[in-house]
Design a protein around this ligand. Structure first.
Ligand SMILES: [Zn+2]
Length: 137
């Protein structure tokens, strides 16, 4: 179960819609199994920005430092799928780490469709869908 504050979920939707038709990406931050913050990161992939993302390591490091400074940690990554379902691709799986949750926001024609969360049991396993629970706040 992935628990995420409604305000965080809504903020990521705005980020994903505003970035359409390109993929946007960022980090999920929280503690104790709850996602309480997010940070937008630059997508360094400009050649295939419609279906690839390369999360900027500089903005990742800044987000990591901010999280640690606030007693939190990075718990996962989000990115958008412009005009594609919120299903993790093979590329997404190959880049994923088992400790993190991967949330994918599907944006159709610039409007939010849905969001799903994916986790790995280990490096060799396929993605497993995890339920998303929106928490007031
Ligand atoms: Zn993807």
């Amino acid at each position: 179960m992935v628990r995420i504050l409604k305000s965080v979920h809504g903020g990521i939707i705005k980020h994903a819609e505003s970035g359409f038709p390109h993929e946007v990406c960022g980090v999920l931050i929280g503690a104790d199994g709850m996602i309480t913050h997010y940070r937008e990161c630059r997508n360094l992939n400009t050649e295939r920005a419609h279906d690839r993302y390369d999360l900027d390591p500089v903005s990742f490091k800044e987000a990591d430092e901010w999280a640690r400074g606030n007693g939190l940690e990075i718990v996962g990554i989000y990115h958008s799928h412009p005009d594609h379902p919120s299903i993790a691709s093979e590329t997404d799986r190959q880049r994923a780490w088992p400790e993190w949750v991967y949330m994918i926001f599907s944006i159709n024609g610039g409007k939010y469709n849905d969001a799903r969360a994916w986790v790995l049991e280990d490096f060799d396993s396929g993605f497993i869908e995890d339920a998303v629970e929106l928490v007031e706040g």
